[in-house]
Design a protein around this ligand. Sequence first.
Ligand code: ARG
Length: 559
Amino acid sequence: MNFKKELADFAEAQENEILVSPKSEMGDFCLPCFQYAKIEHKPPDVIANELKEKLFLKKNFLVDRIETIGGYLNFFLNKKMVAKKVLETKTDFDFEYKNYGIGKTVCIDYCSANLAKYLHIGHMSTTMIGESLHRIYSALGYKVVRINYLGDYGTPFGKMVVAIGLWGNIDDIKKNGIDAIQDLYVKFSSNETEELMEKARYASKCIEEKMGEEYEIYKIIIDISIKECKRIINLIGIEFDDWRGESFYDSQIEKQLREVESSGISREDSDGSVVVDLGIENLPEKVVKRSDGGSTYIIRDLCAVQDRFDRYTFDEMLYVVAVQQKLHFEQLFRICSMLNKPYASRLHHISFGMFSTPEGKIASRRGKQAIFVDIFNTALDKAKEVIKDKEFKFESKTNVAKQVALGAIAFSILKVERNKDKVFDLQSAISFDGETAPYLQYTYARCCSLLRKFDVMEKTNTGSTEKLEHIYETYFEIFKICNSFDQVILSSKEKAEPCFIARELLNLAQVFNKFYNEVKILDNDNYNLSEKLIQIVKMVKNLFEFTLPLVMVYPVSEM
Ligand code: ARG
């Protein structure tokens, strides 16, 4: 039920004129009358009072009373009626906007890890935010294409090939996989000299031209790295539809460069590099072709976006990439618009701040620390410990531990606004108290347990339901949140902020637990009241079931 619309119809106003009252003494919603003053040539408070009289006669079952303060008309909802109505419409959660994006396609570029290195803590944000957005868009009916644009191109691979030649061997790499590769990469970095760099550049060139032993070694590295990436992605239960990485676009670079050059937006500098002047103050010009003829990150992105548009004709293209690449995406989008690409206005950089462990920044070059798998395994150990004394009848203990661990990590990221920096404190993230995933999972499991108990309740002692209306009033917040949750999901899509959903889930869990602690929901002496109250539990349970996965928290029916 859309209260604003109901009230607007009632007061013969526009929906956007009805506002949520800032304070409870000003009712639940209000209609400011200032905008009418000019038209009606009367002071706003006079208009508000006249409207109040008129509406008093008209009556609406949702509205308990109307008051005026200054030029404001304040509506106080009839909480009992509203609660009943919400229960009627929301007990079986049926997402109001499930067809919102029907017929539209969105591509989401996330994870997009640079290969031959560990997936580290920095990849967690892009993966969790991207996956959450995928779920939100899917819930809205969009067709979503999940793209893992692997970084499988450039000098890092040249360095790796040189390092393998100097200090490693292929058998060792085949045996020890990403660990061996990463160690060699670190070794290269700590021994880096101009001479070694020269060799690395040569090796990169061989890789680009797909020739020599260098290219063969490169293929082995890529193969191992992709397998490792897939293993981790699997571990956290997600999938991608498109794995085309940077190197896939190699064959299109020449054509893309010709298009840039022939459109007249670029110039060739004396050193042979090709540069685009973006024509906007504070937006630095961009090199699209290096002086040594090598391709650039941006030209590969230009090829990729064109290819994605050709393949999927997306309505939106989201790049879930750290805020450090803000300038890159501004430049990319600007070039698309200078090239008059039809999709230029459909591109969005969904940036995010840093996610770190308390030790501070993580760099893969520094070797083994805060690696994706390690973080996950540590969380898993902790989760196992937290639930070790619990007995499970309906869930497997192993699965619950995994879901608690995953939820704890994902929710630490998703509950905070994207662009804010976050510190991952495992101890508190895995706790059952506070603003955590396990807290939400616990609340959901509590609903499930209540429903199971209700199913086997004796129906003999019927009892009175007179307390019901008072309960509806006291825990009105539950109804308010359940009623407007669809809207929250829609706004979280609009701003690409999964935290809107996360915060509202925490609010709901909080009022629900208050209700649980203060009211005897299952009363063996009063079946009739229990039967009514269990409807509230059902409504909350169904809402959780649909919504928790949107923020990467898995509902477990027992905890
Ligand atoms: N591989 C890049 C990195 O790790 C991120 C790629 C983001 N996506 C893109 N289309 N540029 O920094």
